[in-house]
Design a protein around this ligand. Structure first.
Ligand code: AN7
Length: 353
């Protein structure tokens, strides 16, 4: 039985006697060893952390369970977030579990169908903004500063506390921190959280080294790479379509303190990585997640020597969240036939030969 991150990593989290211990089964996600892509890239020690296996299909659940537990501890009567989709799905689920009214502000027409379906099914109050994520976050910040409603975006410090547990799990699984961590960057909360997790585990004597933090933004939404906010961010990876990340400073610290990089990948590189992960590794993640592996491919092509290096790529969210993209961007091996054995044989035997 999954015990959840509150219980599993209690000693590293800001819990008190009064914090309720709750869980939807978040955390304890698989770390899968690459079978094909690593070999093709010349790195024999490559792993994928499947955060899409969390209860709402993304890493957000790790932080949301802490944010919601703390909100309950402080007698909060409602929670709010702005979201490109996954945060809203997660907030809505934990809000439903805890009978806490949940308001989600989302950029109209920019959230993948699966995520919207989740927020609707969990019963959140959905507020569509005629504007982008950055505008929605500014509104959520203003509203929650004026009213007795708890903000559960990653500017809520409890979110990052929960999300750092993914770094703990990687070290627990591998016996030490990897040499490189590749991760997508949107609002830049997660890279900040991972870096904190690796450092805390090292300080606690559970890891002997720290990874280089390799963060990747989408080229059309890469403010940290360019050094200034992007007013109208554009990318097929809607989860990371963010022009003014709240975690900017944390991402820079993770990069500089670890000797890593924050770079960008094009939508074409993201889509190629997305297809390769599914068709060559059996990992169906969402396009934003594929930015991490696309970054690894880019670095390799740029001459980074990966031999003998232990590398972890974070697959942050589940591919089922954005089924439209899968159907429209993959050339599927589909054939329509009459329901006869001869017709099945004609197609299937031709494939084996
Ligand atoms: C699958 O849900 O910002 O750099 O509002 O959904 O911590 O923002 C989602 C972000 C990566 C980027 N991968 O993480 C939201 C939201 C997936 C994501 C990111 C997101 P951050």
């Amino acid at each position: 039985m999954g015990i959840g991150v509150l219980r599993k990593y209690e000693e590293f989290l800001p819990l008190t006697e009064a914090t309720p211990v709750l869980s939807l089964g978040e955390g304890d996600t698989p770390l899968v060893k690459s079978n094909r892509l690593g070999r093709e890239l010349g790195c024999d020690d490559l792993y994928f952390k499947l955060e899409g296996c969390n209860p709402t299909g993304s890493f957000k659940d790790r932080g949301m369970v802490v944010a919601i537990a703390k909100a309950l501890e402080h007698n909060s009567r409602a929670v709010m977030c702005a979201s490109t989709g996954n945060t809203s799905a997660s907030a809505a689920a934990y809000g439903a579990y805890c009978d806490l009214p949940t308001y989600v502000l989302i950029p109209k027409g920019e959230v993948a169908m699966g995520k919207l379906a989740q927020a609707m099914a969990y019963g959140a109050q959905i507020i569509m903004i005629d504007g982008n994520f950055d505008a929605a976050l500014a509104l959520a910040r203003e509203f929650t500063s004026k009213h007795e409603v708890t903000l559960v975006n990653s500017v809520n410090p409890h979110r990052l506390e929960g999300q750092k547990t993914a770094a703990f799990e990687i070290v627990d699984d591998l016996g030490d921190a990897p040499d490189y961590l590749f991760i997508p960057v949107g609002n830049a909360g997660n890279i900040t959280a991972y870096w904190r997790g690796f450092r805390e585990y090292q300080q606690a004597g559970r890891a002997t080294q720290l990874p280089r933090m390799m963060g990747f933004q989408a080229a059309g939404a890469a403010p940290i790479v360019s050094g200034s906010p992007v007013a109208n961010p554009q990318t097929i990876a809607s989860a990371i379509r963010i022009g003014n990340p709240a975690g900017w400073q944390g991402a820079l610290e993770a990069r500089d303190d670890s000797g890593g990089v924050i770079d960008m990948v094009s939508d074409d590189e993201i889509l190629e990585a997305y297809r390769l992960l599914a068709s060559h590794e059996g990992i169906f993640c969402e396009p934003a997640s594929a930015a991490a592996f696309a970054g690894l491919v880019k670095m390799r092509q740029g001459g980074l020597d990966l031999s003998g290096q232990r590398i972890v790529c974070i697959a942050t969210g589940n591919g089922l969240k954005d089924p439209d993209l899968a159907v429209s961007s993959v050339v599927a091996k589909t054939t329509e036939i009459e329901p006869t054995i001869e017709a099945v044989e004609a197609v299937a035997l031709a494939m084996i030969r």
